[in-house]
Design a protein around this ligand. Structure first.
Ligand SMILES: C[S@@+](CC[C@H](N)C(=O)[O-])C[C@H]1O[C@@H](n2cnc3c(N)ncnc32)[C@H](O)[C@@H]1O
Length: 346
């Protein structure tokens, strides 16, 4: 196989849209191989140029990119670990900036007798024999990315800020907490991290489509007073909390009351994206000037009879644009068939 210039990763259901985003800014790009579902090897693109384009205008669907500076065959045996450590660690160490913290991020896309941790540790150990750059797996400024398939390993070095995510392949992981109510909690945590959204202590938040209550639980954990709106019941553990009130109403019905004013409005309602955007626009007057909003836009898994997913997103944007600035739009790792928007009042 031709040596790729970079590896692109997205949710497998949305890789075609990630590719369209890439082709829009880099029309000469070519896919040379599918390394796994949602992981494409790409050539005829300069990684640095693309990374700068996307740093200035982030894509929605591409989760992660990493460059390829070296491609090596692997045997599929445990001995690969030390071979990779020697070849990759020794060859690429000189590319690292000695002043900046680095980490090694390995993804293994085949059934192999070693784990990413084994490769990360071995490669980082070799690198440290060749450069004084400090190892910092939590906040690296530069990353040596390794993608290993049954046949080959691809390695490259880039600034963390150029990879679209600080996590290997964009797989933003959170530890499961005791008391967790829903998997949806992860997508709120990820949205807060990706959009750098700090919640002020004692903020007043509205959670539209709150049941069973995962987002409400996270917002309470972060010191927000929460109004949870949903016709469905919340998890029993939430009702003991005096700083949470549940209005067993639809979002439409709460609009008639009229609602209070909020520092934060979040909306994870299972509704058509455009209708949900219309409701969100109707709530804009109830968001303080300094307020912030997050919403998920539910999308079909493929482009079918209901219309293209890009069209649905564009239509939702048009509905929101008069009252909100769309400060961020991402298909997060924890989003299923949806994207998350970060909104600020117009
Ligand atoms: C995906 S769940 C929300 C999960 C929640 N974020 C969590 O973390 O547990 C979607 C919710 O939207 C609610 N929903 C759908 N249409 C609604 C509407 N018009 N008004 C209020 N809630 C609605 C449903 O009852 C359902 O509980």
């Amino acid at each position: 196989m031709q040596i790729p210039s970079l590896i692109l990763t997205a949710n497998p259901h949305f890789i075609d849209l990630a590719w369209a985003e890439l082709a829009r800014v880099q029309p000469a790009a070519q896919r040379v191989a599918v390394l796994a579902e949602g992981v494409w090897a790409v050539t005829a693109v300069n990684f640095f140029t693309l990374a700068e384009q996307w740093r200035q205008q982030p894509p929605i669907f591409a989760h992660h990119i990493c460059p390829v500076h070296l491609a090596l065959p692997v045997t599929g045996l445990v001995a690969d670990v030390s071979l990779l450590a020697e070849a990759v660690g020794a060859d690429l160490a000189a590319w690292l900036d000695a002043e900046m913290p680095f980490s090694v991020q390995t993804r293994i896309l085949a059934d192999l007798p070693y784990k990413p941790f084994d490769v990360n540790t071995a490669v980082a150990h070799t690198i440290q024999q060749h450069t004084p750059a400090p190892l910092d797996v939590r906040q690296p400024a530069q990353i040596l990315s390794l993608v290993v398939t049954a046949e080959a390993a691809y390695a490259g070095i880039s600034l963390a800020a150029h990879n679209l995510s600080d996590w290997a392949g964009g797989m933003h992981r959170f530890a499961r907490q005791s008391g967790q109510i829903s998997r949806a909690e992860f997508k709120l945590l990820e949205a807060l991290a990706v959009f750098h959204l700090e919640l002020p202590a004692g903020g007043v938040a509205l959670d539209l489509g709150a049941a069973p209550g995962g987002w409400t639980r996270i917002l309470r954990q972060k010191g927000q007073f929460v109004t949870a709106v949903d016709p469905a019941a919340l998890h029993p553990s939430l009702y003991q909390d005096k700083n949470m009130r549940h209005l067993r109403l639809s979002a439409e019905a709460y609009l008639q009351q009229p609602p209070d004013r909020f520092d934060l409005i979040v909306n994870d309602m299972r509704l058509d994206a455009r209708y949900s955007a219309e409701l969100m626009a109707a709530y804009a007057p109830y968001l303080h000037r300094h307020g912030r909003a997050l919403m998920t836009l539910k999308l079909p898994e493929g482009d079918g009879l209901v219309g293209g997913r890009q069209t649905i997103i564009e239509q939702a944007r048009e509905i929101l644009n008069p009252v909100y600035t769309i400060a961020g739009a991402r298909q997060l790792f924890h989003n299923r068939s949806e994207i998350t928007l970060y909104l600020t009042p117009e």
